[in-house]
Design a protein around this ligand. Structure first.
Ligand SMILES: Nc1ncnc2c1ncn2[C@@H]1O[C@H](COP(=O)(O)OP(=O)(O)OP(=O)(O)O)[C@@H](O)[C@H]1O
Length: 313
């Protein structure tokens, strides 16, 4: 069953084309990560799906209806990128206030415990730290036992422990059958949580696939070694130097290793590993923005800027 759907959704702000004919479907039970650099259009897409913005062209649907109609949002929980909490209310009062809008809310104690906020229950929200406020804002999206939760950069500003608490809460909601769409700058977060990743770049969908498939699409491997002198080698899309080691990014690690041997390079401590999602993502977003999906041929378009290194060839 499709819970949220964008069909050729386009959004302009004056001269800025923030979203350009984006298709996205989120089905029941999925946990989808939305990735993209600053200004890629993630918030714009999320805001359209939850009824905060109207598309300039194309269509968006939530639970099969218009997201701008309150009836379509009854089973939705949202935490936008920026939220305001009444500073003089206590945490428990804010939770109770939101819970009063729902027929079967999560009990306050259970919710606060799940989000690591039990000790803050009696504190006024104005006195909370930024991270505690953020955790409360995210917790509120879950109060009404929604079927779909949409979180725009939920863990921004959180320390490692708070981030892991939030991950656990999101995972347990998903394990109980909940559906999640979340945007993030933290690529490790998407790797840790999401089954499916949608990569946005310059307002367009660059890739929509599993984390593993995106790595395969990009197909870049990191060959690390120590060597005094390296010749220019074919198939290297970028080179980095750290701590006396050289890291070569390539789409064909096997061939590169053969070439190193053939060239008689005296290398030591050779290591070959897949790139992280971050490297894959940066490679995709650096590719031709006119493509609607990433493809293997696109890997060759990676630039040194895309992977933070210097080209050798
Ligand atoms: N209200 C607005 N008025 C004008 N331009 C806007 C507005 N909101 C967004 N934009 C522009 O639309 C583009 C997409 O912005 P959006 O906030 O959706 O990106 P994002 O991927 O969420 O970025 P970030 O990761 O920085 O939050 C950007 O160029 C942004 O400057």
């Amino acid at each position: 069953m499709i819970l949220a759907h964008a069909d050729q959704a386009t959004r302009r702000y004056g001269d800025v084309l923030a979203l350009d004919r984006v298709d996205l479907t989120v089905s029941a039970g999925e946990l989808v990560g939305l990735l993209g650099p600053n200004g890629a259009g993630k918030s714009t897409l999320i805001n359209m799906l939850v009824g905060l913005r109207r598309p300039s062209a194309g269509r968006v649907e939530l639970f099969g209806g218009d997201p701008r109609q309150p009836a379509s949002r009854r089973q939705l929980g949202v935490t936008p990128q920026e939220t305001g909490l009444p500073g003089t209310l206590r945490v428990s009062e804010v939770v109770d206030f939101v819970a009063a809008h729902f027929p079967d809310p999560v009990p306050r104690g259970e919710l606060l415990d799940r989000f690591g906020l039990t000790d803050q229950a009696k504190r006024q929200t104005g006195g909370l730290s930024g991270g505690q406020r953020r955790r409360l804002a995210v917790a509120l999206a879950f109060v009404g036992r929604p079927r779909l939760v949409v979180l725009d950069e939920p863990t921004t500003g959180l320390d490692v422990e708070a981030r892991h608490t939030l991950w656990e809460a999101i995972r347990s909601f998903h394990a109980d059958g909940g559906t999640v769409l979340l945007s993030s700058h933290y690529l490790e977060e998407v790797e840790a949580l999401a089954q499916r990743v949608v990569v946005l770049g310059q307002g367009r969908v660059l890739a929509d696939d599993t984390v593993g498939a995106i790595r395969d699409i990009v197909g870049v491997r990191r060959v690390s070694l120590a060597a005094d002198d390296l010749p220019a080698l074919p198939g290297v899309v970028a080179t980095e130097h750290t701590d006396g080691r050289t890291h070569l990014l390539t789409t064909d690690a096997d061939q590169l290793v053969r070439d190193l041997v053939t060239a008689g390079v005296a290398f030591r401590d050779l290591e070959v590993r897949p790139t992280s999602l971050e490297e894959a993502f940066l490679t995709i977003t650096a590719a031709d923005p006119t493509r609607t999906t990433a493809d293997p041929a696109g890997t060759g378009t990676a630039t040194s800027a895309a992977v933070g290194g210097r080209p050798t060839a």
